[in-house]
Design a binder for this molecule. Sequence first.
Ligand SMILES: N=c1c2ncn([C@@H]3O[C@H](COP(=O)(O)OP(=O)(O)OP(=O)(O)O)[C@@H](O)[C@H]3O)c2ncn1[C@@H]1O[C@H](COP(=O)(O)O)[C@@H](O)[C@H]1O
Length: 106
Amino acid sequence: MADTLQKLETVIRERRVGDPALSYVAKLTAKGRPKIAQKLGEEAVETVIAALSGDRAATTSEAADLIFHLGVLLADLDLSFDDVLAELERREGISGIAEKADRAKD
Ligand SMILES: N=c1c2ncn([C@@H]3O[C@H](COP(=O)(O)OP(=O)(O)OP(=O)(O)O)[C@@H](O)[C@H]3O)c2ncn1[C@@H]1O[C@H](COP(=O)(O)O)[C@@H](O)[C@H]1O
């Protein structure tokens, strides 16, 4: 799984500076961060719609679009999937309920 994300991140970073006529990553990147973020939001909504319809194939496809667009946005901020995975690893074993209760004390 991590290998697939690594390959996706590598191609996204290569294509960012590619020809917008030939590369969707280059075309979207050239439109700027607000447009990338907007596309990520649209893909999130499409994932929700697919999930609520109970369509597992469509949900899988929309989730892939979502993760791809997240990769484009992360690259635009010079962040990597590894940064996100490290944060998830940091959270391992920390109950979401306990973490939220701790936050409420601040
Ligand atoms: N995983 C993906 C991937 N998933 C989705 N998409 C594209 O994301 C776009 C989203 O579809 P939409 O219809 O919502 O977008 P749109 O109509 O083109 O854009 P708007 O007009 O709405 O702004 C489509 O063009 C999809 O083909 C992807 N494009 C590229 N990749 C990966 O990125 C690599 C590099 O792609 P290029 O940059 O195109 O070479 C590819 O080899 C793939 O590995």
